[in-house]
Design a protein around this ligand. Sequence first.
Ligand SMILES: [Cu+2]
Length: 384
Amino acid sequence: MPSDVLDPGADTTVRSRPSPVALVSASVLMLAAGAVHLAVVPMHLDEFVLFGVFFVVVGVVQAGLAVALVTAPSRRLFLASAMGTTALVGLWLITRTVGLPVGADPGVPEPVGVPDIVCVALEVVSLPVLLVLARRPLRARRPRPLRTPLAAAPVVLLATVAACVGAGAGLAAMPVAFSTAAPGAEPGGVAVTALRGAPGPEPVKTFTLTAAPGVVAGHPVETYNGMLPGPELRVTQGDRVRVTLLNRLPVASTLHWHGVRVPGAEDGVAGLTQDAVAPGASFTYEFVAADAGTFWYHSHQDTGTQIPAGLFGALLVEPPGGRVDEDVEQTVLLHNPADGSSAVAVNGTTARRPRRSRRSWCTPGRLPKIAAEQHARHDEQPGP
Ligand SMILES: [Cu+2]
């Protein structure tokens, strides 16, 4: 009989065995973490196939360990589970701080999301339980068919709730939001997607914005028409603005007109006013520019990723009669680039540029100072 086998099975009533409450707790925590890992498999298969395969393996191994912990407990198993769990937590820390050297974005830290926070929390909580199981001397115990389930119930309940939250967030369609807009209206109501503007005689200004991946200063970015920020859209108050978004990104996207009064269905909020525009698809937005001013447009799909990655630009609505004469007029877009640095990019670059005039080129009326990351933070839809 190997020395680390704890249950010799010689006595059916009083056995030397680890705490059943600790065993059940470690097992359900492991099972819950495995469930969350399996829930994020489809998302990771889309992103990078090897990551998806890795999560399948991790989820299956954790589920197997959860079963083995209660059916064949041994010190060796407790220690192996604790070491594996520590390695997973360490790997997660690396992916969220310096990034992995492989994957869709090598060397870029991944965003922190609900599924991974839940999963790591489950693993961190399971560690001391596994270590206590590995260290605590065995005691003779009688089976207690009522007391054990009652004592383990809080952990089982907590782990179940955590697994539902983590796996639910991982499986939720919102990060890709292809079909989360309401398919129809309440009886007697009007669907948001039907709230498009009426045709009219206004002069039409037409633009096409092609969203596509790009590289700026060695960093992977996302661009409109190959530019970061996207092209400046300049129209006159009262114009009918027609903008077609062509999505050449590997992920879904939309266009949102920040601060601009538009019909509901033109607002570009994925999952609320429209389905996100799938890769390879297009969507044409149309609205009458009712107010003069300096606005900006940006993706409103996975904003926490897509705005810092570069999907934004300026929309200038000039009053009828033209602009005021100025020596130099320049639209300046400031943003925190998604390269992990604390730099502030001016019109997409952190390189210094010469002043073009003795007078400031940042005229007050043309300074949409954009803290894009801050904006994104308030409505971001985190993913793992
Ligand atoms: Cu906005």
